[in-house]
Design a protein. Sequence first.
Length: 457
Amino acid sequence: MTLNNDQQSIAQVFKGTFIHTPQFGQIEILTNTVIGLDHQGTIIFLQRGDLNIDHLQLPTTVKVIDLSADPLKFFFPGFIDTHIHASQYPNNGIFGNSTLLDWLETYTFPLESSLTNPKKAELVYSRCIKKLLSNGTTCASYYATIDAGSSNLLADLCLRLGQRAFIGKVCMDQNAPDYHVETLQQSQFATMEVLEHIKSLDSDLIKPVLTPRFAPACSGELMTWLGEVQKSEDVHLQTHLSENDKEIKWVKELFPDSETYTHVYHDHGLLNRKTILAHAIHLSDSEIQLIKDQQSGISHCPISNSSLTSGECRVKQLHAKGIDISLGTDCSGGFSPSILASARQALLVSRHLSMKSGDEADKLTVNEALYLGTVGGAKVLKMDDQLGLFKEGYRFDCQLIDLDVDNIDVFDWQFPSEVPISENVTKYDNLIAKWLFNGDDRNTIKVWVNGREVHSS
């Protein structure tokens, strides 16, 4: 094979089995496939079939990774976590018998306020980022704290460690403890400071995301201002929505002129195609329609929703309405930093919904759950033309999965064999299910972001 002009710029070549989810519910298994990257980590060619890499006539400087001979290793797109509080990482697993509002007061606000200490913040953030990378999360939408310095540090560390990230300086100017609240002017100034800092990084990996914590913690003036900034700067915005029954009642008391919780955000100009809404559990039909009309996306956080007894998000119903939906770990309301664990919990929550409703259509499949953790996240972040799939022109954000690890037993008769892929589909489906239900960071042996190796075990 002779290289064309594009292929002359090849920096790395990967050969093996690539698995991804092009459509909701569909999984595609690309066996015996070769992918080439340019120096920016973009996929510039993908070829299937019996191709000898030696025939590519590659320069000796090109790095080649050939795993085609190993049936228990496969490449999978990097996970996308659309809702995580990096500042809460030390509290993973610590929530007691609390529910949302008392959990914030007891555990969350004291920890977040302590991260004005740069050394402590660097320790927490660096461990959080590394833990996510080791679990295959190549892109995350982070909540930091109300402190600009702490938020800027999180951006710097993500860039240094190579993770794609959206960085949110939390905004909250009311209904918070005296030691962890801003004035309107302080919130505005700190928000612009973080926006300017991230611009100065000049990296396609790190982007800002405006972050009003949730409606009760934000005045109408602050939310309106954030909506104006979002329009003028054309950036993303993230917040919480309808997570807990008490929270919803509180919002109604605080904003009696708005029809629903979702309408509070809409009335202040915060709902649009670049808005990420976490939880969205207790939505009325009018709220679902409003979210669809505004093209906002939802981050489903099943571990947190269960841990804090918040409720069960109707994922299949929301997807059927045409709303983009993804997965979030929501650390530390969620106890695990793993999107694979979130996908697993999403499956279980959907089964509980099905048991209650008697409707099999409420149940998620393995393929659907993995879609939420990859393509779903890319859609919610409006990056589905760059992330979530193995496709020419897409970024190589990828994890290498190895099932030949002690935490998963795969027997000889379960191995894919050297037969046509049509005869191996069931075996691959079963291996993928084994990975989802039994897998963890031990199976994630390498991770790349933009073609750069950022984790190896």
